[in-house]
Ligand binder design. Structure first.
Ligand code: HEM
Length: 339
């Protein structure tokens, strides 16, 4: 499917079923669901603080690719190239095992009830609260996809080279506003990125053979030491100055030319429409928190409208052959829609 066609399709279906989601969806069928997720997230963070960031990132990478349906979590099969090895996810997404642990705890308590897609949404919310950020009520009731597509992920997920103007356009196709984009980028208040993601801006921004001039000089020297041109590209750096705390430091850093990713820094340096929100959030943490919650709820509403199930194991469809047939059927539908 061409990128444009896919995005239009995705947007068209995105808002249709969101109304079926609601808070307290598991109140009768699995009353302890939300506290079980919180407990496992807490334990995971005690083992490794960064797992909060890594789980929260899963919501973005799941919801943007055919809606929030845990397609991201499916392992590849001989018949299906899933999303784990797509350009944005390979060697980068992590903490899948935390989701497995949550799923196991839920299956022990109420088997076959809580979807993996909802686990991602609850885990992301808990990651934020447990890192010092805002709390909010999540809508639940999502189903898990029967299949996944590496190609769809490659077509949609933005690269670290993306700039603010491109991102405004991309997010608008998912019914997410400029304010949503800037607030959601504030998720980079926690976590880390690899040298791989910034080498080009340190040494060859836009093919100039020069560094990105918007990086504050002292910060650039620090990044140069962390990420020498011929160094290990898997070395990681903090996405903001307080990488374990969910706060508005990220926006203060952007205002001072200390953004880690190109996509982050251009929100301040390139586009007046996004800069306005960066400056506002850098001065008003409460405004950032409420815009972030709004953005997370809107992103969590993205749905594909395709049939789904509650997986027993988040990595595998309950009946993988069913998924295979579905892939074939989608291709046939697509071809007949195109001719
Ligand atoms: C606006 C477009 C976005 C771009 C271009 C982008 C890109 C990236 C990149 C390149 C990394 C580092 C990956 C690596 O070097 O391996 C990263 C990390 C991260 N992203 Fe984003 N991101 C975006 C939006 C979001 C959103 C909307 C969320 C969640 C709501 C999010 C959450 C995170 C988190 C928490 C991390 C750190 C993960 C960790 O430490 O494991 N990002 N992002």
């Amino acid at each position: 499917m061409s990128q444009k066609l896919f995005i239009v399709f995705c947007f068209h279906i995105s808002v249709t079923l969101a109304s079926q989601l609601r808070p307290g969806f598991y109140a009768q069928t699995c009353p302890r669901a939300e506290s079980i997720v919180r407990d496992v997230m807490w334990k995971a963070m005690m083992r490794e603080t960064r797992s909060a960031a890594s789980v929260m990132r899963l919501q973005f990478h799941d919801c943007f690719v055919n809606g929030c349906d845990a397609s991201l979590l499916l392992d590849d099969t001989p018949d299906m190239l899933g999303e784990k090895l797509s350009l944005s996810n390979i060697n980068s997404l992590r903490s899948y095992e935390v989701i497995d642990e949550i799923k196991e705890a839920l299956e022990n308590n109420c088997p076959g009830v809580v979807s993996c897609a909802d686990i991602i949404i609850m885990g992301s919310r808990d990651a934020v609260i447990l890192s010092g950020g805002p709390n909010w009520e999540v809508k639940l009731g999502r189903k898990d996809s029967l299949t996944a597509s590496q190609e769809d992920s490659d077509n949609v997920m933005p690269s670290p080279r993306a700039n603010a103007t491109f991102l405004v356009d991309l997010f608008s196709r998912f019914n997410l506003s400029i304010k949503d984009l800037v607030a959601l980028s504030g998720s980079h208040s926690i976590g880390k990125g690899r040298c791989f993601s910034i080498l080009f801006r340190l040494y060859n921004q836009s093919g100039t053979g020069r560094p990105d001039p918007t990086i504050e000089p002292e910060f650039r020297e620090k990044l140069d030491r962390l990420c020498p041109l011929s160094g290990d590209q898997n070395v990681t750096g903090d996405l903001d100055a307080t990488p374990c705390l969910f706060d508005n430091q990220y926006f203060k850093d952007l205002v001072n030319g200390r953004g880690f990713l190109n996509s982050d820094q251009t929100l301040f340096s390139l586009d007046n429409r996004t800069r306005e929100f960066v400056v506002h959030f850098s001065k008003d943490q409460d405004a950032f928190f409420s815009a972030f919650v709004e953005g997370m709820v809107k992103m969590g509403d993205l749905q594909s409208g395709r049939p789904g199930e509650v997986r027993r194991n988040c990595r595998v469809a309950n009946n993988p052959a069913h998924g295979r047939n579905r892939v074939l059927k989608n291709r046939v539908d697509l071809v007949s829609n195109l001719v």
